[in-house]
Design a protein around this ligand. Structure first.
Ligand SMILES: Cc1cc2nc3c(=O)[nH]c(=O)nc-3n(C[C@H](O)[C@H](O)[C@H](O)COP(=O)(O)O)c2cc1C
Length: 198
C-alpha cells in the first residue's frame, strides 16, 4: 500500500514539514506494509508560489491514500496546493482515502483551510477521513513535540490507513456531480433534437 503525503507549502522547511515528518514516521513505524512518499513543490523564489514536478499527477493517481497538508494562508489552503489540485484529472482522487492536515498561526482559523479542502475533495468524490488534524503552528516550533500532538497525529494516520485497508480500491457511488453533469451534457449533445410536427 502506498501513502502519498502532499506538502502544500511553497516555503520548506517549516512547521508543517515537521508535522508531516511525524505523520510519515508514524506510518513507517506502525504500518510496515505501507510505503510512504512525500510530494513537494519546488520553491520558485516567490514566497507564495511553488511548482509541481511533471510526475506529480501520476504520483497522486498511483497512491492508495493521500494526506493533503497545508498551512492556512489568507483563511484558506495555499494557492500552491490549488495549482496541483487543478492539474489532477477527475478520477485521480475518486473514492481514495484522504486525510487533511493543516497548521495556522491563529487557533481561531482552525477550520479555514479544512473546509475548503473538504469541498474540493468532495468534487473529486474522495473518501475524506472524518477527523482532520489541525494544529497551531507553535506546536511544531521545535523538534521536541508534545505527546498530545504526537498522539493526535497517530490517530489521524490510523484513520487514513484503516480506510484504505478495509475498503481497498472500493468504488463509491453515486458519481460526483461533475461526472453526472458531463454525462448529461454528452447525452444531450448526441440526442437529435425532437421536432414538433403540426
Ligand atoms: C501568506 C501567508 C498567509 C497566512 N495567512 C494566515 C491566516 O489567514 N491565518 C492564520 O492563522 N495564519 C496565517 N498564516 C500563518 C501560517 O499559516 C503559519 O505561519 C504556518 O505555520 C506556515 O507554515 P510553515 O511554518 O510550514 O511555513 C499565513 C502565513 C503566510 C505566509
Amino acid at each position: 500500500m502506498k501513502l502519498l503525503t502532499i506538502y502544500g507549502s511553497p516555503t520548506p522547511p517549516g512547521k508543517l514539514a515537521r508535522a508531516l515528518t511525524l505523520v510519515e514516521n508514524e506510518v513507517r513505524a506502525l504500518y510496515p506494509v505501507w510505503t510512504v512518499d512525500r510530494l513537494s513543490p519546488e520553491p520558485t523564489g516567490n514566497p507564495v508560489v511553488g511548482y509541481w514536478g511533471a510526475d506529480a499527477v501520476e504520483r497522486v493517481r498511483e497512491a492508495d491514500a493521500v494526506v493533503l497538508a497545508s498551512p492556512v494562508f489568507r483563511g484558506s489552503f495555499t494557492g500552491t496546493l490549488k495549482l496541483l489540485v487543478d492539474a489532477l484529472p477527475n478520477e485521480a482522487l475518486r473514492s481514495k482515502p484522504a486525510g487533511i492536515l493543516t497548521v495556522a498561526a491563529a487557533p481561531q482559523h482552525f477550520l479555514s483551510a479544512e473546509r475548503h479542502l473538504r469541498d474540493v475533495l468532495s468534487w473529486f468524490g474522495a473518501l475524506t477521513a472524518p477527523n482532520s488534524a489541525f494544529f497551531v503552528d507553535s506546536t511544531f516550533a521545535e523538534d521536541n513535540v508534545s505527546d498530545e500532538a504526537r498522539s493526535d497525529l497517530r490517530e489521524f494516520v490510523e484513520q487514513v490507513t484503516a480506510l484504505a485497508e478495509r475498503l481497498p480500491r472500493h468504488h463509491f457511488g453515486p458519481d460526483p456531480l461533475h461526472v453526472r453533469f458531463t454525462r448529461s451534457r454528452a447525452h444531450n449533445a448526441s440526442t437529435p433534437a425532437t421536432r414538433k410536427t403540426t
